[in-house]
Write a protein that binds this ligand. Structure first.
Ligand SMILES: [Mn+2]
Length: 362
């Protein structure tokens, strides 16, 4: 029995709907997971990235996080992590800072031995092909912040992507992932691949209960533990022809006190009236979700971006989009030249100032 607590996408610092209460909720969910790890007596907490919502967390966010990490440290439970896309900095990562304080381990290519289990880590690497280059091992564990193919996620099937093939080739038997905000698990031919989901609702569409996973690394047995999170009330008649009166009646039928109220509406709804009614009934915040399918197809739960955004774009398409946006900015020739220096990968950051000065002098 080698039980670990697997979590990811805690997004500490998310000030959802601009509310201090929601910022505190995300910290509270993380602390709850830490308390659960202690009461369950796990051997380690494994965080698969997006600990923070941004690369510049506030002092409040850092305080909350450090207090939770110290709590784990005092309980003798190591905190093992990788870096997600939301918090990734160019140089030293927050996780490296916590590691320097003895409060965390930044998993990487060097194996971390946990009672005989070898753990490796892979920080978020975008769309670049993943080079694993792991030593050939028996029953290794890989922790990564990576999105598997979204179509396969939608079908609930596991397609062996480049990453998973590399895992198989190097003898990894357990892949603990982060990035997708819904809990998913596959156990196929001895390979366990799993996402724990987010710990608080980062988007209103994350309707399932939030939680963490307890995993026995020896048997690959996985158990779920739900977290107590902010109540979300979904006002969803399931019909596009929901009348204004029908939605009002629906609001009246629910306890809205302290809840985030999500109202699915169709065109023609009197939104301000609905919002005022929900707030009058004690709602913390009101969110409107349009019933129409977003462009690009069916919305999948748990994805951080709308389907048509960045993640779907190939590098060439990104360049095109960038050129288009720059054209919209209507920069002067000089402005354009400065921009190209800043974005030129061959010019290191420290040389940007001198290069720009040279250009302006010339
Ligand atoms: Mn995330």
């Amino acid at each position: 029995m080698l039980k670990v607590l697997h979590l990811a996408d805690t997004h500490i610092g998310t000030r959802q709907y601009g509310l201090a209460e929601r910022r505190a909720d995300f910290s509270a969910a993380f602390l709850q997971a830490v308390e659960l790890a202690i009461s369950e007596g796990v051997r380690a907490v494994v965080h698969a990235g997006d600990l923070f919502d941004s690369r510049n967390p506030s002092t409040e966010d850092l305080r909350d996080t450090l207090m939770a990490l110290v709590r784990l440290h005092e309980a003798g439970i190591p905190f093992l992590g990788v870096v997600g896309n939301h918090e990734q900095k160019r140089g030293v990562q927050w996780l490296d800072l916590f590691a320097a304080l003895g409060l965390a381990v930044h998993l990487g290519r060097e194996p971390y031995d946990l009672d005989g289990a070898q753990l490796f880590g892979l920080d978020y690497s975008g769309r670049r092909a993943v080079e694993l280059e792991l030593p050939r091992l028996q029953g290794g564990v890989l922790v990564a912040h990576q999105m598997l193919d979204r179509i396969d996620l939608a079908r609930g099937e596991l397609k062996f992507s480049h990453l998973l093939k590399a895992c198989r080739d190097s003898g990894v038997e357990i892949v603990l992932l982060g990035d997708y905000h819904e809990h998913r698990s596959w156990l196929e031919e001895g390979l366990l691949v799993t996402y724990p989901g987010s710990t608080e609702r980062w988007r209103a569409s994350e309707r399932d209960p939030r939680g963490v996973s307890l995993i026995d690394l020896e048997t690959k047995r996985l158990e779920r533990r739900e977290l107590r999170t902010r109540r979300f009330v979904y006002i969803d008649s399931g019909s596009a022809s929901a009348s204004h009166e029908g939605l009002l009646a629906d609001l009246a039928a629910h306890d809205l006190a302290g809840a985030v109220v999500c109202i699915y509406f169709s065109d023609g709804g009197r939104l301000q009236e609905l919002e005022e009614e929900a707030l009058r009934r004690g709602a913390l915040a009101v969110q409107f979700l349009h019933r129409a399918t977003p462009p690009g197809g069916k919305e999948l739960p748990g994805l951080e971006e709308a389907p048509e955004l960045e993640r779907e774009l190939e590098p060439s398409a990104l360049e095109e989009l960038l050129a288009q946006k720059l054209a919209e900015l209507d920069l002067s020739p000089r402005g354009r030249a400065i921009d190209s220096i800043i974005r030129d990968e061959r010019v290191p950051d420290s040389n940007v100032d001198p290069e720009v000065s040279k250009l302006l002098e010339g």
